[in-house]
Design a protein around this ligand. Structure first.
Ligand code: HEC
Length: 276
């Protein structure tokens, strides 16, 4: 492992897809251009498959697993939570826009009044609290995790549509972008070192996925039944370079998710997929 990582350090670390001063839309276009130039055979819409886009065998295996997903039970548990009314008699569908359908692609969004990024998990918790229930722990996969897994399926097919409007929203986006491009951990890696410059490269037994499309298919079930939300995955990646991650749901993670999701604008959402 150490050898492979050290090997990666030598591979083109300078430069990258994105200019530090560019607008979000310019960042997105530059990212698409970077990958379509580097991998002319991969269609932009196939980036939702992450690393599978680089490996037809794994993609075939994925399609077979997705026909009878081993994680159906967790989705069912989430569905039950979703449908169970609060003490007030209201449900999640009553307090989220559009009954909670086809909305996941516009989260996270920047709430000007609150002056911060609001993730879908935050919206779920706000709904609970306004109905006199306790907020769920963001990192509890048995409650927030399964609820998230079900509710996001209600947005399958929606195109990612993140908006960055106004100076405060832009500052949150820039903060997320900075996190993505800053080197961390004892190994001094940035997210971009792996998911931009080394996307498509094999690290141990895994092909590294590109940032483009990475936000579209959460949560994932790793190995078939191990539920990972997006922040849990961020955390795992930071630990893998021996960094100390912030808590799931931390402002810096929310801002990272804001930047990270904007880059995938226009790509379709598909919740709860299998990953290795
Ligand atoms: C040392 C390289 C490395 C670094 C640094 C790294 N990752 Fe990862 N990341 C991986 C590998 C390997 C995987 C598993 C294979 C893959 O990309 O799907 C992964 C997976 C992911 C996935 C899941 C992709 C999917 O489709 O399931 C996301 C999202 C992600 N990383 C985001 C990040 C973010 C955000 C950061 C910075 C906080 C980061 N990573 C830092 C190596 C890295």
């Amino acid at each position: 492992m150490k050898k492979v990582i050290l090997g990666l350090i030598g591979l083109g670390l300078l430069g990258g897809a994105v200019n530090t001063m560019a607008s979000p839309e310019q960042d997105r276009l530059d990212t698409i251009k970077y990958f379509t130039t580097k991998f002319p055979n991969i269609k932009v819409e196939d980036y939702v498959y992450g690393a599978l886009a680089f490996d037809q065998d794994s993609k075939d295996q994925y399609e077979a697993i997705m026909e009878f997903p081993p994680f159906i039970e967790d989705i069912e548990k989430g569905k039950k939570m979703w449908e169970t009314p609060f003490k007030t008699g209201k449900t999640y569908a009553d307090c989220l826009p559009n009954g909670g359908k086809n909305i996941a692609g516009s989260y996270p969004y920047f709430d000007d009044k609150a002056g911060k990024v609001v993730t879908l998990n935050d919206a779920i918790n706000a709904c609970r609290v306004s109905n006199g229930e306790q907020a769920l722990k963001i990192d509890d996969m048995k409650t927030m995790g399964v609820l998230n897994a079900y509710m996001r399926t209600l947005s399958d097919g929606m195109l990612t549509n993140i908006k960055v409007e106004g100076p405060a929203a832009l500052a949150a986006y820039e903060d997320g972008k900075k996190t993505f491009y800053s080197r961390k951990g004892q190994l001094n890696f940035a997210c971009a070192t792996c998911h931009v410059q080394n996307a498509g490269v094999r690290l141990r037994s895994e092909l590294i996925s590109p940032v483009l499309g990475q936000s579209t298919h959460w949560p994932v079930f790793r190995g078939g039944d191990n539920l990972f939300t997006l922040h849990r995955r961020y955390e795992g990646c930071v630990k893998s370079v021996r960094g100390i991650p912030p808590k799931q749901g931390d402002v810096s993670w929310n801002n990272l998710e804001y930047f990270h999701s904007y880059v995938s604008n226009g790509l379709p959402m598909k919740a709860s997929v299998f990953r290795k």
